[in-house]
Write a protein that binds this ligand. Sequence first.
Ligand code: SAM
Length: 325
Amino acid sequence: MGKASRDKRDIYYRKAKEEGWRARSAFKLLQIDEEFNIFEGVKHVVDLCAAPGSWSQVLSRKVYLPAKLSPDSEESDLPLIVAIDLQPMAPIEGVIQVQGDITNARTAETNYFLYFLILRSFGILMEARLISLCDGAPDVTGLHDMDEFVQSQLILAALTIVTHILKTGGKFIAKIFRGKDTSLLYCQLKLFFTEVTFAKPKSSRNSSIEAFVVCENYSPPEGFNQKDLHRLLEKIGSPSGADDLDCSSGWLEGPNKVYIPFLACGDLNGYDSDRSYPLPKSTDGSYQSLDPVQPPIAPPYKRALEMKKASSHGLQGLEKLSIDP
Ligand code: SAM
């Protein structure tokens, strides 16, 4: 699909370029905020799986810059925003970036000690209001069960981090893929948050299984030890039985069905992500498509493109590329 054609079919892609966002995902976070007011009183944010950085841009504009520009702000009191991703990201004002894998504890403990220290420092900033975001997505295979499983592993990794850094009352917002285990996930998250709502921003296509879970008021079970997280989650029940479980009391008993609060968010009269919109023409009747605000620095597909190019120049180039680290 050409740029102009995508501009027509994907209004949020076009609007993102016009408004200076690195990705259309920015609108998803903004629309979640419209409904849930997630940034109210927030001081620090951890943005997991953040590249190319449109959510971090939202955080910079909504959390960091207002504090920095406030006349009473002091350097030492500025919000701390940490963005983590497998991929490198171009800089964003007020956002500390860490390149790493959120599912790998050893990564945090060894190579990315900075990340670890930051998490620890969040732990001691007891007065600070913190939220944690996770827009992580695996490379989608199209095999629904597989994609949902890999996605749930990212949420689990994010929850592990959350239970180490979130202060009572904090919030956690994560991307999910809706599927047969959604009820189980809901029950698991209800163990830690008093309010758990599934949300579908208007900028997320209806045809997509993507949705977001908005968890509010972090309040882990009394005496909770982070080391027991997995054991605790397993107690919630097996995925296959989740639909028959009652998690209203935090534990699953009886055959009661779990009803999950599900909200559409964003202005309902706003742009519909499943519709095409006419392109704005300049006075001479032509349409000029804008370039992306910030192309990815080192996207995973870059190497594949290099290999494809090399193969068209003969096997030698291909062999050379495949042994390069
Ligand atoms: N929120 C981002 C934004 O607004 O620009 C978009 C995030 S994108 C949909 C999903 C990201 O998840 C990708 O950049 C990918 O590298 C990252 N990701 C996937 N698995 C990861 C992992 N195990 N650790 C860290 N990042 C991961």
